[in-house]
Design a protein around this ligand. Structure first.
Ligand code: IPM
Ligand code: MG
Length: 379
């Protein structure tokens, strides 16, 4: 029988992206060997490096060149690292920015659903800014709407508007609009209820219904689905309260579902429960090819120094194995390897503290080595 083969479009991007992607590819190669699957990775450009390359080639500068999008669409899954950096921070309105590449690929692949699992590692309890006892029983899944809302509304700048400046002078005004269609809300909340039915059966739907019309629509849809899923408990929570509850009593949450901007903010907050933003992976799903990426950014300050934590990238591979390839056993072995390495006391700089022995502090590649060893011991 022919060996199973998957084509993966790999997008290392900017900053620490290439370094952490290297470790993810090495893990993937080890998975392929252990489970007799052929993973063919093909690098493409996205973000700042794509802007540079298109500019150098004399074509329209783009953070998502057509070739990248075509390769992504033709692949079985997309694995992305990170985009952005100060080099491309151009404040000119209308300037091409690395983040546009990310938003464009999400939109073009129809990735309306973004999953960010927040899992507490026993070995990292002390790395969390919260008291360890607050972390008891914490295991939540953030379901973020990813192709609507403010991110994809109109972004406009009006210049020379009478009275908009200081002391009655003319000045600028700016507008970002937030719009949601009912179907866009329904498909993510429905997914959240279906996921909760297989978990602890609680959905918290987060909105700002005391102020926003989009949130009132969101809430109506939540109530409708709540009635449909009789065995799942559904609740509404205002986003400001949710931000507070995430640090006061995070164990109350099981599946948390929310719109794009709220999900962006709350997932960074929730990542710190695990001890580091470097631990949070994400899966973006839609009707076609799915995309997997860490929740963190490109960390330009530590790029190229072998300092970055590759774990969120490796856990993105875990999610890819689970959701795109139904390789649950391999995914469990990757997740288990992360657990084993942390239990053995190995730490990258972001996870280390004053109790970490010098010889247990690892760089990006050395952490990759440990993860591969631990994976092979389990697989
Ligand atoms: C994320 C990131 C992106 C987002 C940025 C880089 C555009 O913060 O994936 O959470 O806001 O979605
Ligand atoms: Mg974010």
């Amino acid at each position: 029988m022919a060996k199973t083969s998957y084509r993966i479009c790999t997008l290392p991007g900017d900053g620490i992206g290439p370094e952490i992607m290297d470790q993810a590819k090495r893990i993937l190669a080890a998975v392929g060997e252990a489970y007799d699957v052929d993973f063919q990775c093909e690098d493409q450009l996205i973000g700042g490096c794509a802007i540079d390359a298109t500019r150098a080639a004399g074509v329209t500068p783009s953070a998502l060149p057509p070739q990248t999008l075509e390769a992504a669409k033709a692949s079985d899954a997309v694995l992305l690292a990170a985009v952005g950096g100060p080099k491309w921070d151009d404040p000119t309105p209308g300037a091409v920015r690395p983040e546009q590449g990310l938003l464009a690929i999400r939109k073009n692949l129809g990735l309306y659903l973004n999953l960010r699992p927040v899992h507490i590692y026993d070995a990292l309890r002390d790395a969390s800014p919260l008291r360890p006892e607050r972390l008891d029983g914490v295991d939540l899944l953030i379901v973020r709407e990813l192709t609507g809302g403010l991110y994809f509304g109109k972004h406009e700048r009006q210049t020379d508007v009478a009275g908009a400046g200081i002391d009655g002078a003319a000045g600028d005004t700016a507008t970002d609009s937030m719009e949601y269609a009912e179907y866009e809300i329904e498909r993510v909340i429905r997914w959240a209820y279906e996921a909760a039915a297989r978990r602890s059966k609680v959905v918290t739907s987060v909105d700002k219904a005391n102020v926003l019309e989009t949130s009132r629509l969101w809430r109506e849809v939540n109530h409708r689905l709540n009635a449909e899923f009789e065995d799942v408990e559904g609740e509404d929570m205002l986003v400001d309260n949710c931000a507070m509850q995430l640090v006061a009593n995070p164990a109350q949450f099981d599946v948390l579902v929310t719109e794009n901007t709220f999900g962006d903010i709350l997932s960074d907050e929730a990542s710190m429960l695990t001890g580091s933003l470097g631990m949070l992976a994400s899966a973006s799903l839609g009707d076609g090819t799915a995309l997997y990426e860490p929740s963190h950014g490109s960390a330009p300050d530590i790029a190229g120094k072998d300092l970055a934590n590759p774990i969120a990238q490796v856990l993105s591979v875990e999610l890819m194995l689970r959701y795109s390839f139904q390789m649950d056993e391999a995914a469990d072995a990757v997740a288990g390897a992360v657990e084993d390495v942390l239990n053995a006391g190995w730490r990258t700089a972001d996870l280390a503290d004053e109790t970490t022995p010098e010889d247990h502090k690892l760089g990006t590649r050395a952490m990759g080595d440990k993860l591969i060893e631990a994976f092979q011991a389990r697989a």
